[in-house]
Structure formats: C-alpha cells, structure tokens
Design a protein around this ligand. Structure first.
Ligand SMILES: CC(C)(COP(=O)(O)OP(=O)(O)OC[C@H]1O[C@@H](n2cnc3c(N)ncnc32)[C@H](O)[C@@H]1OP(=O)(O)O)[C@@H](O)C(=O)NCCC(=O)NCCS
Length: 167
C-alpha cells in the first residue's frame, strides 16, 4: 500500500517527496548497506540506544524491508522469527527529512502484509518505545503487558492481531 503523500489540504506542512516511496525487501549489497546505514543514523546517532552498531544476531535471518524515494533508502523495518510461529517486527525508522509523511505507517502495514502472507507466522509482535505506542495503536496494534526498560528506554510489547490468530 502506498502512502497518500500528496492527498492532504493546502495547509498541510508535511514533507512532499518528489516521488512515491517504493517498499521492497532489501536484497542487493547496496540496498542492505543503505538499510543498515539508516538504522545506524537513527538508533546509534540520533537516539543513542546503541554505542556503535545496532546490528545483532537477528540480522542473519531477518527480512529487511526498505522504503526508497528517488533511489535513496528513507525508511526501514525488519521482521524476524523469534520462536516457532512467533515473529517480531523491529528497527522501524524513517529518515528525519521524511517523517510525518505516512512512511512509518506504510512500513508497518507492509510488514503486517508480509506476515499475513506467511503460513508459518501465527503471532506477530513488536517491542515498541513507549512514545510510539499510540502510533502503533492507530495502526490496530494492541499493547500487551506493562512498560519495561530496554537499552535505557521504556518499551512496551505490542501485538498485531493477524487474521489467522483472530479466526
Ligand atoms: C516512529 C516513526 C517510525 C514514525 O514514522 P513517520 O513516517 O514519521 O510516521 P507517519 O507519518 O507514518 O505517522 C502516521 C500517523 O501517526 C502519527 N504519529 C507519528 N509518530 C507518532 C507517535 N510517536 N505517537 C503518536 N502518533 C504518531 C503521525 O502524526 C500520523 O498521524 P496522521 O495520520 O494523523 O497524520 C519515526 O518518527 C521514526 O523513525 N522515529 C525514530 C525511530 C523510532 O522511534 N522508531 C520506532 C521505534 S519503536
């Protein structure tokens, strides 16, 4: 699903990228390098959640999703299997100059679409920074349990109610 970047009123001050973002799974070495670069910019340099690199063992088999505008990767998210049937989304980030343009919401929806399409996924969770809980709730995610500290920042477990979990 493409975000509606140009559909708002004249007074809307959201950024207006020159082209619609393209959401894909990163595959080439260049795409993967840009995916990790944006993660570092946001989670290491901006948020200081990690000292030098936010990569971890999950990256060996995670699905890396990227949003590209005019050939530049401006949004990322990953999905990975934690236990049999149980997957997590994470490392959701939009570059600062593209925020509030509905790109983050589009990335979350694309991750959900991917999980809905995989028969091996029974439950889909995310560990969400508390300031973003409302963002996820507006995308129909449900908070599970109480906030807890992670990497020096309060987080909350959230779940997307996949169709097969609802039936
Ligand atoms: C969180 C983040 C991914 C959101 O991406 P974004 O592209 O700016 O968000 P969107 O434009 O898609 O937001 C969709 C809607 O949610 C709203 N929203 C955005 N962030 C929000 C938040 N933290 N709380 C509540 N609402 C929020 C937007 O205003 C928009 O509302 P609208 O539909 O009424 O216009 C982005 O701010 C970011 O990369 N932050 C730094 C990294 C981070 O915090 N990652 C998430 C870790 S859990």
């Amino acid at each position: 699903m493409q975000p509606h970047l140009h559909a708002s009123a004249e007074t809307d001050v959201r950024p207006r990228p020159a082209a619609h973002p393209v959401l894909t799974v990163a595959e080439t070495p260049a795409e993967l390098a840009a995916y990790h670069q944006l993660r570092r910019e946001v989670f290491v340099e901006e948020q200081r959640l990690f000292e030098a690199d936010d990569s971890d063992l999950r990256d060996h088999d995670a699905i890396p999703i990227i949003a590209t505008v005019d050939g530049r990767v401006v949004g990322v998210v990953r999905c990975y299997r934690k236990w049999k049937g149980v997957w997590f989304g994470g490392r959701l980030a939009v570059s600062r100059d593209h925020r509030t343009g509905l790109l983050g919401a589009s990335l979350v929806r694309r991750a959900v679409e991917l999980m809905e399409a995989r028969p091996d996924v029974r439950r889909f969770f995310a560990t969400v920074q508390v300031q973003n809980v409302r963002f996820f709730e507006r995308l129909d995610w449900l908070a599970r349990g109480r906030p807890f500290p992670l990497a020096g920042c309060a987080h909350r477990l959230m779940e997307y109610p996949l169709r097969r979990a609802r039936s």
